[in-house]
Design a protein around this ligand. Structure first.
Ligand SMILES: Nc1ncnc2c1ncn2[C@@H]1O[C@H](COP(=O)(O)OP(=O)(O)O)[C@@H](O)[C@H]1O
Ligand SMILES: [Mg+2]
Length: 323
């Protein structure tokens, strides 16, 4: 359904060139739900905008829904739906009008449009909201409307850019069910971007991990999680005890990737509750004063750490995307 070869995009910015996407290759099969997982600034939106013909690649090309991206962008556009990060619905418009306008833009007759909108409203849980102003919808309702707008012309391939960003947990779960339904009930192929590991895990058959414009790895969620095994432990001790505490941790058979910074010792372990008991005992025996001891399940940062040997920079992850 998607076949990407050497796709790249460079931007000219005030401080020089930004290589947002550095020559990526991947494929998406018919009926798959595939996710782009990566932190802010990874190049996800730039890739989606190229694949949806909104942005011209600097190099490379792709076949999208059977049409060549560069030779036949109109053919591509007819066969895809695109739901942008943040959506595009007009807050001052009434829901039903917004849907009708979109349907008419894609050339559906009024009758066809009405049937189609009714069907979509039912599928996406928008029933009863038709006469509401777009601006008065909740975050979850608004996202479902954005998706309905992207689906009006029944595209076999749909692109979603960070569909659940900013939604509460209930709305996210609800949205995930709807996205699964697009594939399971309508047979659509779905390509989405996200910076949430749990979202990629819950939705995707396959995940492409993107960082700094390249695809680091491509795998099923199960395989991916298997790469990051064990909990992350952070142990903070009084300054006088750092040496002793480090020796205690390094002596543990289950402790891996031990690092020391200031008063803090970090490591990974498979059996964290057992290990915590052992550590506390050993520290007590050596009269080391413990400030805090914390155990964390693997996170997206851990996946990056495992794959790249570098944490996904906190500063970058915290910066809102520019697009
Ligand atoms: N129009 C633009 N001009 C200059 N730089 C851009 C532009 N669009 C995106 N970028 C830069 O390209 C990189 C990738 O951005 P983006 O594709 O939006 O990442 P993501 O969607 O993964 O957060 C970032 O460094 C971003 O600042
Ligand atoms: Mg983005």
């Amino acid at each position: 359904m998607i076949d990407v070869r050497g796709l790249a995009r460079t931007f000219q910015a005030a401080h020089g060139e930004v290589n947002a996407v550095r020559g990526v290759d991947f494929t998406v099969g018919e009926g798959e739900i595939v996710g782009f997982l990566g932190p802010n600034g990874a190049g996800k939106t730039t890739t989606l905008r190229m694949l949806t013909t909104l942005l011209r690649p600097t190099a490379g090309t792709a076949t999208v829904a059977g049409h060549d991206l560069l030779a036949d962008p109109v053919g591509v556009r007819r066969r895809i739906g695109y739901v942008a990060q943040g959506g595009g619905a007009n807050p001052a418009e009434v829901v039903a009008n917004e849907l009708m306008l979109q349907a008419r833009l894609y050339g559906l007759s009024k009758d066809r449009a009405r049937t189609r909108i009714e069907d979509l409203a039912g599928r996406l849980g928008l029933d009863g909201l038709e006469s509401r102003l777009v601006g008065s919808l909740s975050g979850g309702q608004r996202r479902r409307l954005d998706i309905a707008l992207g689906l009006v012309h029944q595209p076999p391939l749909i692109f979603l850019d960070e569909p659940s960003t900013g939604l509460d947990p209930t709305s996210r779960n609800n949205l995930w069910q709807h996205i699964r339904g697009l594939r399971d009930e309508l047979g659509a192929t779905v390509f989405l971007s996200t910076h949430y590991l749990d979202e990629a895990d819950a939705l995707c058959d396959r995940i492409l991990i993107m960082d700094r414009g390249t695809i680091l790895v491509e795998d099923s969620p199960q395989e991916l999680k298997g790469r990051v095994s064990g909990d992350a432990v952070t142990l903070e001790v009084a300054e006088a005890g750092v040496g002793d505490a480090t020796a205690v941790v390094e002596a543990l058979p289950s402790a891996r990737s031990v690092t020391v910074g200031g008063n803090t010792i970090r490591f990974r372990t498979e059996h964290s509750s057992r290990t915590m008991v052992d550590i506390m005992r050993a520290l007590e025996a050596r009269a080391v004063e413990t400030v805090s001891l914390q155990v964390d399940r693997p996170t997206l940062d851990d996946v990056f750490l495992t794959l790249t040997g570098q944490p996904a920079e906190e500063a970058r992850a915290a910066t809102p995307s520019t697009v």
